[in-house]
Each structure stands twice: as structure tokens, then as C-alpha cells.
Design a protein around this ligand. Structure first.
Ligand code: ADP
Ligand code: ZN
Ligand code: ZN
Length: 742
């Protein structure tokens, strides 16, 4: 027998090996094997099996080792990996790296843990005599006796405060014994402190209709994509749960994707509460899992012990058997796009995976992406709608604060308007909570007129030009156009043109100063996200009312439900509008709608203050009602005119190098190659200096390709690239369906 193996490192191509007698009966497709490669031994995955005659090779080498009998990838995941590698133009190595966790590759073993229990058949009198003179041991004994089941030794020490020597003493007296057990390490074990988890509701009429629509699709036992378009607070999660239950009853597995797991503790808690009743284990899957947690999650899924996975982007690769339902919550979120190789889009991979396994994919959002909306228009996706908030709660009242007026009054660019400051103080007095949102800053500043709100734009690309302090030029980051920054506004000739921005830190300081001493103001930012416990604790404190004002970027706008929040302020609603991105308007709109959904979720009505220099822009006007479809239709027209996504695919080609001149030179030469013999159906823009000019000492230039057929364009590009003599100090990468423009 011969097999084809995809190495995990070293060689990005299928290689043929022989299989010796001792492995023949056990080897299967998807198994992890060790193979000789050159002078090394590396790991690889078996992609196909052949009887000897099929492939004729002269010097056949044999696999050295079968790492474990159970396959690490099923057939669907193997097919998925091939598609990702070809569509996103990345190596198989990188795809398999993302699919197979390091602990699985390393063949890490399950963890045994020490448990302590009361020894059986003890005589009470003897026990009390033995413990007479050691109160600590006595306390430990009664604790163990009370628990009635073995207790983790680490819990006794860390949580209950017993010392090692006390435990040892009790063991020595024979009153307790130690046992070893394979433990299941589960993430978020201690996170179930949400009071409303146990509540069970009667579904609303709308929820019932949407649920039965999803269940109908599931019953067709075929591939289909259903969009669940529901306003914020309309109860989408309960609808997902109904569909999940149906999928589980059909004997299938469920994948539930959320943009960021640490922002979804409530969803995890609700999932656990609901599905533990059906004796289903919920596996939490995200990038912060420890090796042990990951291995246990993996094992529980591959053995079929668990059938439900909830997780962020990378969970799309979780080894779920007979996948029946894939849910992508907040499908419009940027977090689904991976910005390192392999640069896949989690939502799109989810749809493709569902197609391969003939499962149903549900895309949920209050503000569907234009990509998804286009697929609805083209009847590729069906849609279910939830138009009302639960209990008919009102959407908060949205105040548009025209910052041009405050700017004129204060002769500057104030961070907070007077009316927002007043409102914050008022809430504090009423013992209600507030959230202040700040947009992610543009990496370079753009030119904003504080009189008319106009932003200097590129005439060809209709994206904001960005200002470069180094030479005083305004540049377009799509096509490379540049001009000297004007000293007055080109639309209204005002001299009040400014280039300003502010970070969360400054806002926290400012708000602390403006609020009464007794108010607690806390900031959450990207750094905090990496310390997951700190972040979770902050959210918990906020939920428990220990924080009055929470200041943060849009990441805290997602999916959180804080009943006591009655005021939401958006500091600078047009910052994304001023960024060098054609999706800026869409982003601003999504942010406003999501943010507005954060206020007034409890019994009290909420208010939203949106500070802007462009009060008449569509993203602000449409978010006010909100009129989601109105916005999508208008924005769709804009995209259609420019033939931007979703009308064509956008591929970003990045050149990186230590020398600015050299990097620019090769990017320009490459453009010449493209122009010499244009690729049919591909429009190229650039090269241009990237908005983030330099990362870790590497300068960056990029080109953009707009095309109707990714696969065809990639083939053409690959052919040209193979004979393009790129200096080996310059590196290039493709980003298919690029979202990040910076
Ligand atoms: P969405 O995801 O659509 O913004 P959620 O699913 O988070 O909304 O639900 C909003 C709130 O309404 C949650 O607090 C949820 O617990 C509650 N909820 C959901 N369905 C019902 C129902 N049928 N009756 C009462 N409350 C509900
Ligand atoms: Zn102006
Ligand atoms: Zn341009």
C-alpha cells in the first residue's frame, strides 16, 4: 500500500510514501504520521490511500510511525483545508497549522489529577479521637465528609485554603485517601454567575415563526443558508437554541460561532444551562485555551462525547462529527477575518464547511454585512426576520449632537459636548450606568473641516485621503494619488481644517475629572482583552453596578446585555467615516446600531448621544430610526457604482521590505508586469504606501485587485509571480477578500 501525505512542515506538497506491514491494518485517511523528509523526520497527515499499482515510484520511502490510530482530520476537514489553501492562496502548512492544535500534534496525553476523599467504612468514635488534637485536619475531614465526593487536591489548597501538610497528615492517619483520575478541563467552569440563566421564557410570536422557519430548513436535510435578521434585543439567541435542539434531535452536531468568546460569557452560560438539561456537553473553543483544555475539548468532540461547540473564528475548524448546523452570530463582525496567514474569513469558511457537510448555516445579525445582503438579493440566502424587541421594549432615543456647534463655541475640537456631560452627571445621580464608546482611531489623521464636516477624499476611489506629517502630503491609500494638504476646506473654503484624534486613556481622564468624586470610571481597551481574567472581572463589576461609566472601543458594543445602562455616548461617530476604507460608512452604521442596542435593555428606557461633525451622513441618519434596509440599499448603490465588494472581490497584495525605495521599486515593477499583459477581468490599483507605512521595521506597499473570479485571477497571478524576479529581501502576500486596508 502507498499513501499520500501532506507534511505539516518543510514541504508544501503531497508526498507519496509506502506503508509497512505493521501499520497497514490501522492506517486511515486523516491519520497523523511521522515521515522521513530529507534527513529529518516530520509529521504529516494522510490525505489518501492507494493500492500499490496505482502510483509508480522508484525509490519509495516508508512512514516511520503512526502517531495515533484515531484520525486527526475527518474527510470534510481535509476537503475544507484544500479549499482554504487554494481560495485564500496560502500554504497547506499554514492551514493545517490552524486546524490541528499544537497539543494534538504533540500527542499530549490526558491529565491525571489527584483527588482526595474520605476513606470508606470509618468508625466515628475513632475518627474523632484521631483528630482530637489537630483542629486543621478535623476541619479538612468535615469538609470532605460534607462534600460526599472526591475533591480536587488543587481546590482544597487554592480555593479552600488547606495546606499540603494538613492533607498529608490526614492521609497518613488513613482517614482520607488519594485517587488519580483523568480530569476534564473545561473553560469558563466558574463563570455561571448570571442570575437570569435559569429563566425559561415562552417564545414570542416572532421568535416562534423564525424558529419554525429554521427548523423547516433543517428538515430538508440539505445545505442551505438562512439569515436571521433581528434588531438588537429581539431575542435571536433563543431562536438559535431552538434550531440547535432540532439539529441535535436529528443526531447532528452544532457549531456556534461568536466574534469574541470573552465577550459572550452570557451566551456560554445560557447554552450550558439550556443544553445540560438535554445532557449535552458544551465545548468552549477559543485561542486562550490552555493546552490541556484544548486537548480535552478536542478529544470530547472526536469521540462524539460532545456535539456542541461555541467559539470564536478558529472554532470553525473544530472536529465536530456529522455537523448539521452552523450558527454565525453577528456575522458582519470584522473579528471573523483572520489577519495573519491563513487569512480566511470565518463566516465564509463556515458557509463553505456547511456546504461540504450538507449542513444548514444560520447567519445572524442586527446589521447584516453588504456581502450577506447581496446574497439575499440574489436569492442565494433566505432570510427570517425579528422586527421587534422583546416585550416591545422601545429602542432608545437617539440624540444627534452636532459637534460643529460646540467646536465653534469653544474655538477648538472638544472631546465631550456640554449636553453629554450633563447627561452623564444626571445618570450618576439617578444611580444608573453609562457607557462611552470611542471608535478605533484611524492610523493616520485625515483632514476634517469642523465648519462643514467635509473630509478630503480621493476623486478616483472615494475614500478619505490621509495626512502624512513627514512631508505634508495627503495620500490615497488605494491608488497612490497624492496632493499637498490644503490650508482651507475644499468644499466650503473655511480655514477650520483640523487633524485630530484622541484615545481611550484621555477620555477616561477627562470623564473622571468632569464627574463627581464618587463616580467610578473604568476604561477597557485592546490590552485588557489579552488579560482575559481582568477583562471578565471588569465586565462582572460593571454588571454588579460597581462601575458608573465604562469607557471603551466598539469591541464592548457587541452582544453584551447590561440592564442598568440607560445612557450610551458615542464620542466620535464619524471617525470610521474618515478612515481610508471604502467600508467606513458601513462600519459607522453598524457601530451606531449596535451601540444604540446597548441602552435601555432593562425596564428603563435608554438614551443615546451621538457626537458627530457630519450629522447628515447616511450612516447617522439611517441609524437613527433605525432603517437597516434603507441604509443597505443606499450603500449598495454606492458600491455598485464603483464596482466595489460585494459586486467584485477585492484582493490586496502587500509588499514588505526593510528598504523603502527597494520595496516601492519592486511593487512598481510588479505593476508594470501586470500592465504589460493585463489579466482578463482583473482591475489593478496601486501600488500605494500602506496607511501603516512600517510595521516592525518593514515598509509596506500594497496593490488592490478587483475581480469577479478569485480563482481565475489567482491562477493568472501565480503564473506571473512564479517568473517575477523578486529580491529576496522583499516579501509579498495576498489577502483575498481583504477587509483591512491599513
Ligand atoms: P439579540 O441577540 O437579538 O440582541 P438576545 O437574544 O440577547 O437578543 O435577547 C435579548 C434579551 O431578551 C435577553 O436578555 C434575553 O434573555 C431576553 N429574551 C429572549 N427571548 C425572550 C422571551 N421569549 N421572553 C422574555 N425574554 C426573552
Ligand atoms: Zn468645510
Ligand atoms: Zn485613489
Amino acid at each position: 500500500m502507498k499513501i499520500e501525505v501532506q507534511p505539516l512542515v518543510g514541504f508544501d506538497q503531497l508526498l507519496t510514501y509506502g506503508v509497512s506491514e505493521k501499520f497497514i491494518s490501522t492506517i486511515k485517511i486523516g491519520c497523523l504520521v511521522q515521515i522521513p523528509l530529507g534527513r529529518r523526520r516530520v509529521l504529516g497527515v494522510v490525505f489518501s490511500l492507494h493500492s500499490s499499482e496505482e502510483i509508480a515510484t522508484e525509490k519509495l520511502r516508508f512512514i516511520s510511525h503512526l502517531v495515533q490510530q484515531e484520525p486527526v482530520l475527518n474527510q470534510d476537514l481535509i476537503r475544507l483545508s484544500k479549499w482554504i489553501s487554494s481560495y485564500y492562496s496560502c500554504s497547506m502548512e499554514s492551514v493545517l497549522g490552524a486546524m490541528i492544535p499544537a497539543v494534538v500534534r504533540d500527542g499530549m496525553k490526558a491529565k491525571n489529577e489527584k483527588l482526595i476523599q474520605v476513606s470508606p467504612g470509618l468508625n466515628k468514635v475513632m475518627v474523632s479521637e484521631a483528630l482530637n488534637r489537630s483542629p486543621k485536619q478535623k476541619k479538612l475531614f468535615s469538609e470532605l465528609d460534607k462534600q460526599r465526593k472526591p475533591v480536587r487536591k488543587t481546590d482544597l489548597v487554592n480555593k479552600l485554603g488547606f495546606s499540603e501538610s494538613t492533607i498529608k497528615g490526614l492521609l497518613a492517619k488513613g482517614l482520607a485517601s488519594e485517587i488519580l483520575e483523568v480530569v476534564n478541563r473545561e473553560a469558563y467552569d466558574d463563570d455561571l454567575d448570571f442570575d437570569r440563566v435559569d429563566a425559561e421564557w415562552e417564545l414570542t410570536a416572532e421568535q416562534k415563526v423564525a424558529s419554525s422557519e429554521l427548523i423547516d430548513v433543517l428538515e430538508q436535510k440539505n445545505f442551505g443558508v438562512q439569515v436571521l435578521h433581528g434588531v438588537t434585543g429581539s431575542g435571536k439567541t433563543e431562536v438559535y437554541f431552538e434550531a440547535m435542539e432540532a439539529a441535535l434531535n436529528q443526531g447532528g452536531g452544532v457549531l456556534f460561532l461568536v466574534p469574541e468568546v470573552s465577550l459572550a460569557p452570557q451566551t456560554v452560560a445560557r447554552l450550558r444551562a439550556r443544553f445540560s438539561k438535554m445532557n449535552e456537553q458544551v465545548v468552549v473553543w477559543h485561542s486562550h485555551l490552555s493546552g490541556g483544555e484544548r486537548l480535552d475539548a478536542w478529544r470530547n468532540l472526536t469521540t462524539g462525547k460532545a456535539r456542541i461547540v461555541v467559539g470564536a473564528r478558529s472554532a470553525v475548524f473544530a472536529p465536530i462529527n456529522s455537523l448539521r448546523l452552523v450558527i454565525v452570530d453577528e456575522e458582519h463582525e470584522l473579528a471573523y477575518k483572520q489577519e495573519d496567514t491563513p487569512r480566511y474569513h470565518g463566516r465564509d469558511v463556515a458557509v463553505y464547511r456547511a456546504m461540504l457537510t450538507r449542513a444548514v448555516c444560520v447567519l445572524g445579525s442586527a446589521t447584516p454585512s453588504l456581502e450577506t445582503f447581496r446574497n439575499i438579493e440574489r436569492k442565494k440566502y433566505s432570510v427570517s426576520r425579528l422586527m421587534n424587541r422583546i416585550d416591545g421594549r422601545k429602542l432608545p432615543l437617539m440624540h444627534i449632537v452636532d459637534m460643529r456647534l460646540d467646536a465653534r463655541r469653544e474655538r477648538g475640537t472638544p472631546i465631550l459636548s456640554q449636553c453629554l456631560i450633563e447627561a452623564l452627571r444626571q445618570r450618576h445621580e439617578n444611580r444608573e450606568q453609562s457607557i462611552l464608546f470611542l471608535n478605533r482611531r484611524g492610523f493616520n489623521t485625515t483632514m476634517l473641516c469642523t465648519d462643514c464636516g467635509a473630509v478630503e477624499e480621493c476623486k478616483d476611489c472615494s475614500v478619505a485621503l490621509t495626512f502624512h506629517r513627514t512631508d505634508g502630503y495627503l495620500r490615497c491609500h488605494l491608488c497612490g494619488f497624492r496632493k499637498v494638504a490644503p490650508v482651507f476646506c475644499t468644499s466650503c473654503k473655511s480655514l477650520e481644517v483640523r487633524r485630530k484624534g484622541h484615545g481611550t486613556q484621555r477620555i477616561e481622564d477627562l470623564v473622571s475629572k468632569l464627574m463627581p468624586r464618587s463616580a467610578t470610571v473604568v476604561r477597557v481597551d485592546a490590552d485588557m482583552m489579552t488579560k482575559k481574567n481582568l477583562f471578565r472581572e471588569t465586565l462582572r463589576d460593571f454588571r454588579r453596578g460597581k462601575i458608573d461609566v465604562l469607557v471603551g472601543t466598539q469591541m464592548i458594543a457587541k452582544g453584551l446585555d447590561f440592564p442598568n445602562v440607560t445612557l450610551v455616548g458615542v464620542i466620535d461617530a464619524d471617525l470610521p467615516l474618515r478612515m481610508e476604507d471604502f467600508r467606513a460608512s458601513e462600519r459607522a452604521f453598524q457601530l451606531l446600531v449596535q451601540v444604540a442596542g446597548r441602552a435601555g435593555r432593562g425596564d428603563r428606557a435608554g438614551e443615546v448621544y451621538v457626537q458627530t461633525y457630519a450629522p447628515h451622513s447616511p450612516s447617522i441618519q439611517f441609524s437613527r430610526k433605525p432603517d437597516i434596509e434603507g441604509f443597505l440599499e443606499e450603500e449598495m448603490e454606492m458600491r455598485r457604482e464603483l464596482a466595489y465588494p460585494p459586486f467584485r472581490h477585492l484582493i490586496r497584495h502587500i509588499f514588505r521590505g526593510r528598504s523603502l525605495e527597494k520595496t516601492e521599486f519592486y511593487a512598481t515593477e510588479w505593476r508594470k508586469v501586470l500592465d504589460a499583459e493585463p489579466i482578463p477581468g482583473l482591475e489593478a490599483k496601486g501600488p500605494a504606501l500602506a496607511p501603516i507605512e512600517k510595521i516592525k521595521g518593514y515598509y509596506r506597499f500594497h496593490l488592490f485587485y478587483l475581480t469577479s473570479s478569485v480563482q481565475e485571477s489567482l491562477n493568472h497571478l501565480a503564473k506571473k509571480r512564479a517568473i517575477f524576479p523578486l529580491d529576496n529581501e522583499i516579501h509579498d502576500t495576498l489577502d483575498v477578500d481583504a477587509h483591512q486596508m491599513s
